[in-house]
Design a protein around this ligand. Structure first.
Ligand SMILES: [Zn+2]
Length: 87
């Protein structure tokens, strides 16, 4: 089981995830693949068994689209939720 990525979670490149979904965990919007970003779009793969607003939910370790040099070219998401997990 993996933690879902939430609005405000930080990618390995230190950029912040942003989500506008209307599904909240701990009062923070849940991030989804492609539709949420940490500067670059969150590419996933996410958890294909869980959908939010008809998009695949993003989870810890998801890839972020390259959006710059060095660390911004290979970033992944670091989810911080410790109370909610998805398959
Ligand atoms: Zn970045």
């Amino acid at each position: 089981m993996r933690s879902p990525v939430l609005n405000g979670d930080i990618a390995t490149c230190t950029d912040t995830a942003t989500s506008t979904s209307n599904v909240l965990i701990n009062n923070r919007s849940v991030c989804t693949v492609i539709t949420s970003a940490a500067v670059g779009a969150i590419l996933g793969p996410g958890s294909p068994k869980v959908r939010v607003n008809n998009a695949v939910i993003s989870v810890n370790g998801d890839s972020v689209a390259p959006h710059g040099d060095t660390v911004h070219g290979t970033a992944t998401m670091v989810a911080t939720s410790v109370k909610v997990f998805v398959p």
